[in-house]
Design a protein around this ligand. Structure first.
Ligand SMILES: [Zn+2]
Length: 564
């Protein structure tokens, strides 16, 4: 069985040059039946009040969304979406007069209402500014309905097809939700309730987040799908995937008497291959649960929806998964393990902001190595980590410029992120490391976390400070390059080994890490752990027998290079 290297992950995600299918779909958009209506609305929009510039820029932090209801009619032929988003929100600031939502400028807002009253609004720079009917006191709950339509542009929402059947899908990268619906497009802006009421041609089905509560035939050539989410969710993981799906389920047994169905939405032509590939997911789920704790969305579901974008994305409870990955031979199990792990790391625990994206991608990438350990033992685990590459990763895991998606989803974030967890496991020891993982999941379930939050949980479990570790590996760059030499002086039947380790990486940083030192004699080998923390350091060992070989970190617990 051919297995692709997990390095493929980053080349398929978010790189601007990898979106051939999607970009074609975007560029070939035709002016369809809805275009006239769109133009009229655009004209009307430009006449609406121009008060955007006068809004208090702090308005974005002065209120919080609590609930959304997205009600859309999707016309694949016209490549048009139209409908409304009803939002319930809470005023945080006193005297709240206006709010700003994220919404792409090419989406035309027809009206904004609250309590039956029309509100003034304007659109500027992908923002929708709304003046409230009257100033609100802090802690006031208020409702807003935005009626809008448009032809979405960008990676966040695309019209495509497979075998001449329409395929409509969203793709939730940071700050792409606004390409198709008005929202507070931030990972920290979670709501506890989201309904998606989606009307499509009746030959198509809608896959989405949460639970499918109702499906209604409108007897006019359309069908409406009612999806409901009652776990906290943020906009980028809200998803639609629409085509002539075949659906199959697999049971995940989470107790002696309880079953959660896993639901798979696949193209009819890929059904048999998908049954083979996705057949691994109940076992993968059990393995992840044993390490990370209960599946966070047990009352809803886990599913996968096939889509036409050549990528994958961890939409909450229903990741999207490229048609190209459904091969019927398990060669892409690493993506399935990755996306499943995101339900804990990314969806249940979401980042406080995108600077900490390694808490999503590094963890999900590492989860595949843990799955390989479950299936193939320690050797499978270690070879998976080695496959992530041991070259020099560019930049730090902590990202300052969060507007740059190529930095947010680079192989540094995915692969060095996984290495950093792997190395932390060696620093803390298995027992404390896995307890820390579970405690992190428990402490921050359904909330947002930062690197500091994860560090604190680890320190609590480890019993010592770990600031040096996070400074080196999360906020810092580079990796150690060890120059190693050793001598052996025989003394009766013993060897006295003097080992010299010098760190010769070009940057002035000196890494502090525990290093396994393996000494081999004719009767076997013995491993010692030394703490290397100086530019040049010597270590002495006295062992029985004649030492013929000295190896530094033979299992690769440290991201490094070595030269004699
Ligand atoms: Zn990921």
């Amino acid at each position: 069985m051919r297995r692709l290297t997990p390095v493929l992950l980053t080349s398929l995600l978010c790189g601007a040059s990898t979106f051939a299918v999607e970009d074609v779909a975007t560029n070939s958009r035709q002016a369809g039946a809805g275009a006239d209506a769109y133009k009229k609305l655009a004209a009307a929009k430009s006449e609406s009040t121009k008060m955007g510039k006068q809004l208090d820029p702090r308005a974005q932090g002065d209120w919080l969304p609590k609930k959304y209801e997205i009600r859309l009619r999707i016309d694949p032929a016209a490549k048009l979406i139209e409908g409304s988003v009803a939002m319930q929100a809470l005023a945080i600031a006193a005297n709240l007069r206006a709010i700003t939502l994220d919404l792409a400028g090419n989406m035309s807002v027809a009206s904004v209402q609250s309590g039956g009253r029309e509100l003034k609004f304007s659109q500027l720079n992908d923002q929708l500014d709304i003046t409230l009917a009257q100033p609100l006191k802090a802690n006031t709950v208020f409702d807003i309905v935005i009626n809008y339509q448009g032809q979405p542009k960008g990676k966040g929402f695309t019209f495509s097809e497979h075998q001449s059947v329409p395929m409509v899908s969203t793709y939730g990268l940071p700050f792409t939700a606004k390409q198709w619906w008005p929202c507070k497009d931030e990972s920290s802006a979670k709501v506890n309730s989201l309904d998606l009421i989606i009307t499509v041609p009746d030959s198509l089905s809608v896959a989405s987040n949460g639970k499918l509560v109702k499906e209604r035939d409108n007897n006019d050539g359309t069908k409406t799908f009612f999806w409901s989410v009652r776990y906290p969710i943020y906009p980028d993981t809200v998803s639609l995937a629409i085509t002539n799906y075949k659906i199959f389920t697999l049971p995940y047994r989470y107790s002696a008497t309880d079953i959660m169905d896993m639901a798979f939405y696949v193209y009819p032509e890929d059904l048999e291959k998908a049954k083979i590939d996705f057949g691994v997911l109940p076992d993968m789920m059990a393995s992840h649960v044993s390490l990370f704790g209960d599946y966070p969305f047990l009352k809803e579901k886990y599913g996968v929806a096939e889509f036409a974008v050549q990528s994958f994305r961890e939409h909450q409870t229903m990741p999207s998964y490229s048609a190209m990955f459904i091969t019927g031979d398990h060669r892409n199990d690493f993506i399935l393990a990755h996306e499943l792990a995101h339900q804990w790391f990314g969806n249940s625990i979401s980042v406080k902001n995108w600077s900490h994206v390694w808490l999503n991608e590094g963890f999900a990438t590492y989860a595949y190595a843990l799955w390989r350990e479950h299936v193939d033992g320690r050797d499978g685990y270690l070879s998976t980590i080695r496959d992530l590459g041991s070259g020099h990763f560019e930049g730090s895991l902590y990202i300052k410029d969060t507007a740059d998606n190529s930095k947010l989803f680079s192989d540094t974030i995915f692969n060095k992120g996984a290495w950093v967890l792997h190395m932390l496991r060696h620093v803390m020891g298995d027992e404390k490391f896995f307890l820390a993982l579970k405690n992190y999941v428990k402490t921050f379930a359904y909330k947002n976390a930062s690197t500091e939050d994860f560090q604190k949980v680890c320190e609590r479990e480890y019993g010592h400070a770990l600031d040096w570790y996070f400074k080196e590996w999360v906020y810092g760059t580079g990796q150690p390059h060890y120059k190693v030499s050793w001598t052996n002086t025989r003394n009766d039947n013993r060897s006295v080994v003097k080992l010299a380790i010098t760190q010769i990486q070009p940057d002035s940083i000196v890494f502090r890490m525990p290093l396994d030192v393996e000494l081999t004699t004719s009767s076997g080998s013995k491993t010692f752990v030394v703490w290397n923390k100086e530019k040049t350091q010597e270590f002495d060992f006295s062992v029985e027998g004649n030492v013929t070989q000295v190896k530094i970190d033979p299992s690769d617990w440290v991201l490094k290079t070595i030269s004699p």
